[in-house]
Design a protein around this ligand. Sequence first.
Ligand SMILES: CC(C)(COP(=O)(O)OP(=O)(O)OC[C@H]1O[C@@H](n2cnc3c(N)ncnc32)[C@H](O)[C@@H]1OP(=O)(O)O)[C@@H](O)C(=O)NCCC(=O)NCCS
Length: 174
Amino acid sequence: MLKKTSTDSYTVMNELVLPNDTNTFGNLMGGRLLYWMDIAAAMAAQKHCNRVVVTASVDNVSFKHPIKLGDAVMIEAKVTRGFNTSVEVRLDVWAQDLPSGTKIKSNEAYYTFVALDKEGHTIAVPELTPETPNEQVLYDGALRRRQLRLILGGKMQPDDATELKALFIESQKG
Ligand SMILES: CC(C)(COP(=O)(O)OP(=O)(O)OC[C@H]1O[C@@H](n2cnc3c(N)ncnc32)[C@H](O)[C@@H]1OP(=O)(O)O)[C@@H](O)C(=O)NCCC(=O)NCCS
């Protein structure tokens, strides 16, 4: 199967925060942002897999700064690693106050998608080849993040999470 790079899946989505997107404080609702992130991430995953994909899991998302009514939201999404039938997608979210041009990083998150064939069965995804040192870091970390989310999802025994355990043992030594 053809190997892919993160560039192949790179996706940018822009949204303007309108009154219907906000809570009573005039800030973007978290659920609306997660919805936009899911769409951007799904597009990146589909570009990588050339298949229909479904969201399997969303890692923890922190909302560091409120995003205001009238701000522009830019969501960058790219696949960090392909596994067997699933891919991990990294998201970076930026909020920009258009009159001043001030742009702040709002969120980072990882979504996991599973590729399905026309009958709705899971199907193999292309591998990803990292091309830069930063992509290599994301690629290596994806294995540990996968182990953590599968443990939390009840799909892996902690004893089987070899790379994740090794990380904790290394940090204890240091
Ligand atoms: C995601 C889904 C296809 C997985 O199906 P499943 O029968 O559990 O499949 P498997 O256990 O064989 O796992 C298939 C892949 O999903 C991954 N997966 C399963 N649960 C996961 C989880 N909680 N987090 C991350 N990945 C997960 C597995 O690691 C595996 O990936 P791999 O082949 O790359 O190793 C199935 O649970 C599903 O259809 N869920 C609903 C999806 C959906 O509707 N999403 C929208 C939510 S509103």
